[in-house]
Design a protein around this ligand. Structure first.
Ligand code: GLN
Length: 243
């Protein structure tokens, strides 16, 4: 096991009351457990709108939410400014669905497709798509460091996302809609990752969880042998292939 680092690793879960309805909180549990199993000290900080975002977190997590909550969240985050500062100092951001849209440059909401400005941490923009994307999703992740893995999750979004020049897709879609039904899923720029799948997605895809931790810590991690997680992964892969 790796020796514990000096200070606890801080995982920050952003706005559960607004971005917590799809169970993405589980991503925080997964990151915390995977660190603890390796001997790291961890702190999980849950922040709500009005509370300042902690200035020293290593990973900031955003989840999915409804349109109205999404607008409240983007406004509160813009006022706070802490997520931008975290990215500037090299923290990792992992944002799912509404969270993914929020960290992009803009997204639309409501019957009249009102355009809302995003935080601009990722060069993606989101507009309402032709049909709501709902269902199991299977993607193929090819990471820059040679990762080659299937990712599974459950997508549920009306927004379709287009990548700008400085964002790279996280994965290619085998089953499901992903960003916009044209073959890519998620987006990456440096230590900022956005993606659509819930699940929670990091419980289903431990390699992605470890990738985020390695980015955030700037160091390699010892392998983990957890047969129950391998079993969950096999079971979910089979389920999405059946679907
Ligand atoms: N409201 C957004 C959409 O429908 C995000 C939904 C979600 O977070 N699941 O596109």
């Amino acid at each position: 096991m790796a020796a514990p680092t000096k200070a606890p690793i801080e995982i920050v879960l952003v706005y559960q009351s607004l971005l917590g309805i799809y169970g993405d909180r589980g991503n925080a549990t997964v990151l915390t457990k995977r660190l603890q199993w390796r001997g790291y000290e961890t702190t999980l900080t849950v922040v709500e709108p009005g509370d300042p975002l902690p200035a020293g977190g290593q990973v900031y997590l955003l989840g999915g939410g409804e349109d109205a909550a999404q607008i409240s969240a983007v406004n509160a985050l813009r006022t706070d400014g802490g997520l931008q500062r975290a990215v500037d100092r090299g923290a990792a951001v992992f944002a799912v669905c509404a969270g993914y849209q929020i960290i992009g440059t803009s997204f639309t909401v409501g019957e009249h497709d009102e355009v809302v400005e995003g935080l601009g941490l990722l060069d993606v923009s989101t507009r309402r798509g032709p049909t709501r994307a709902v269902g199991e999703i299977l993607t193929h992740w090819i990471g820059r460091e040679g990762q080659d893995a299937w990712l599974t999750g459950f997508e549920n979004h009306g927004g379709y996302t287009t990548l700008g020049r400085s964002a790279t897709p996280l994965a290619t879609v085998e089953i499901g809609v992903g960003n916009d039904g044209r073959g890519t899923e998620g987006a990456v720029n440096g230590l900022v990752i956005g993606t659509y799948p819930h699940g929670p997605v990091l419980a289903r895809n431990p390699a992605l969880a470890d990738h985020i931790l390695q980015l955030a810590l700037g160091e390699g991690l010892a392998p983990l042998d957890r047969p129950e997680i391998d079993e969950l992964r096999r079971e979910r892969l089979a389920a999405v292939q059946r679907a």
